[in-house]
Design a protein around this ligand. Structure first.
Ligand code: TXA
Ligand code: MG
Length: 321
C-alpha cells in the first residue's frame, strides 16, 4: 500500500508543498471553487505533468493562479475594464483572460501557445499561502481525471489522481463546488467564456453594460468554429507522419533515428520522451514557422499517453485552412 499523499494544510506542509512546486512536481490544493492540480506555470515540463496526470486528450490552456494584482500585472496587460473587474472580484472566483505581456515568463504549454493568458487570484487561505510561499505562478486545472467531475475534497483528489501527485494539501471541502467564472477581458468589451461562481449580474453591475458571451476553448468538446483560429496556427504547411523532410521544409523530429536534414530542425525529444515533447511542442512550432520555410515535416509520434494530445494539436495545425 502506498502512503496517502494527503496532508492537512499547516504552515509546515504548505512550505513543503511550495518546495515541491519549485522542484517541478505536482501539488493539489484547495481553492474557494474546487481543488486544483498545481504545477509551476513557468515550466513546460512541470505543466506537461498536469496533462499526463489528468489524461486529457487535448492541450487546452490552463488558468494561472497568482497572489495579487501586482503579480498579474507582471504577466499580462490589464485594460481599464479588466482593472475594474479585478478590483471588484479579486481575490475570488473570477478568471480574466488577458493579453500576455511581451516579457511574460509563462511556459507556452500553459497557455497552449495563445497570445492571451487566463489569470485568477484565489481567495482560499491555503491557496493564498501556497502562492506566497512558493513565489511562482501556479498553473492549475481542476484536480480530477479528464471527463470526471471536479474534485471538492482531498479524498476526491486522492481517488482520481493520488498516484500522480507529490502532495495533496487538505483544506477541507471547497465551498463553491462550481469553477471560477471566466471572462475574456483582453478586448474593449468583456465576454463571458464560462459561467461560474461569480454571477453575470454581479459582473454587469461592475461593468455597467450587458455581458456578451463566446464559446470557451473547451477541453473535451469537439473544436467549435473560431477555436482553431484563436489558437496559434503555423503559416507553414504542416505534413504529418514524415520520414524525411524535403527541400525548403523544416523538420520537427521525435526520438532517435532522425533522418539527415540540411534545413532547420528541432527534436521534440531526442530521448523519445513524450513529456519532454509536450513541453517543447508549442515553442518548437513557433520557432520552425519562419517565412523562409515552405512547410514543417513532422515525424510520427506514438499515439499513447501525452502523444494523444500532441497528435491532436499537430492534426489541427495540419488541417486545411
Ligand atoms: O475554479 C477554477 O477556475 C479552477 C480552480 C482550480 O482554480 N480551475 C479550472 O481550470 O477550472 P480548468 O483547467 O478546468 O479550466 C481552464 C479553462 C480552459 O478549459 C479554457 O476554457 C479557459 O480556462 N482558458 C484558459 N486560458 C484561456 C485563454 N487564454 N483563452 C481562452 N480561454 C482560456
Ligand atoms: Mg476542469
Amino acid at each position: 500500500m502506498n502512503v496517502l499523499p494527503i496532508e492537512p494544510a499547516t504552515p509546515a506542509t504548505v512550505a513543503a508543498a511550495a518546495q515541491l512546486l519549485r522542484e517541478g512536481k505536482l501539488v493539489a490544493f484547495p481553492t474557494e471553487t474546487v481543488y486544483g492540480l498545481g504545477a509551476d506555470a513557468t515550466s513546460g515540463l512541470a505543466v506537461a505533468g498536469i496533462f499526463e496526470a489528468k489524461g486529457r486528450p487535448r492541450f487546452n490552456p490552463l488558468i494561472v493562479h497568482v497572489p495579487d494584482l501586482v503579480a498579474a500585472e507582471s504577466l499580462a496587460e490589464l485594460n481599464p475594464t479588466a482593472r475594474r473587474l479585478a478590483a471588484a472580484f479579486w481575490p475570488g472566483p473570477l478568471t480574466l483572460v488577458l493579453k500576455q505581456r511581451p516579457d511574460c515568463r509563462i511556459a507556452d504549454l500553459t497557455t497552449a501557445g495563445l497570445e492571451t493568458i487566463a489569470i485568477r487570484v484565489p481567495s482560499h487561505p491555503v491557496a493564498r499561502s501556497l502562492l506566497n510561499a512558493s513565489g511562482i505562478p501556479i498553473a492549475a486545472p481542476s484536480a480530477n481525471r479528464s471527463g470526471h467531475v471536479s474534485a471538492t475534497t482531498a479524498e476526491h483528489v486522492e481517488a482520481d489522481l493520488g498516484a500522480h501527485v507529490a502532495l495533496i494539501l487538505d483544506g477541507g471541502p471547497a465551498d463553491a463546488g462550481v469553477e471560477s467564472t471566466i471572462l475574456d477581458a483582453s478586448g474593449d468589451e468583456p465576454l463571458l467564456l464560462r459561467p461560474g461562481a461569480v454571477t453575470v449580474d454581479a459582473i454587469e453591475s461592475i461593468i455597467g453594460t450587458r455581458l456578451g458571451s463566446s464559446a470557451p476553448i473547451a477541453a473535451d468538446k469537439p473544436t467549435a468554429p473560431g477555436q482553431l483560429e484563436s489558437h496559434y496556427a503555423p503559416h507553414a504547411r504542416v505534413r504529418l507522419d514524415a520520414h524525411s523532410a524535403g527541400p525548403g521544409e523544416a523538420l520537427l523530429a521525435f526520438g532517435r533515428g532522425v533522418p539527415a536534414h540540411h534545413g532547420s530542425m528541432i527534436n521534440l525529444s531526442a530521448a523519445g520522451d513524450l513529456k519532454e515533447a509536450a513541453a517543447n511542442l508549442f515553442s518548437a512550432l513557433r520557432a520552425l514557422d519562419r517565412p523562409d520555410v515552405t512547410g514543417i515535416a513532422v515525424m510520427p509520434i506514438p499515439e499513447t499517453s501525452l502523444g494523444l494530445a500532441i497528435n491532436d494539436r499537430l492534426r489541427r495545425a495540419a488541417a486545411p485552412r
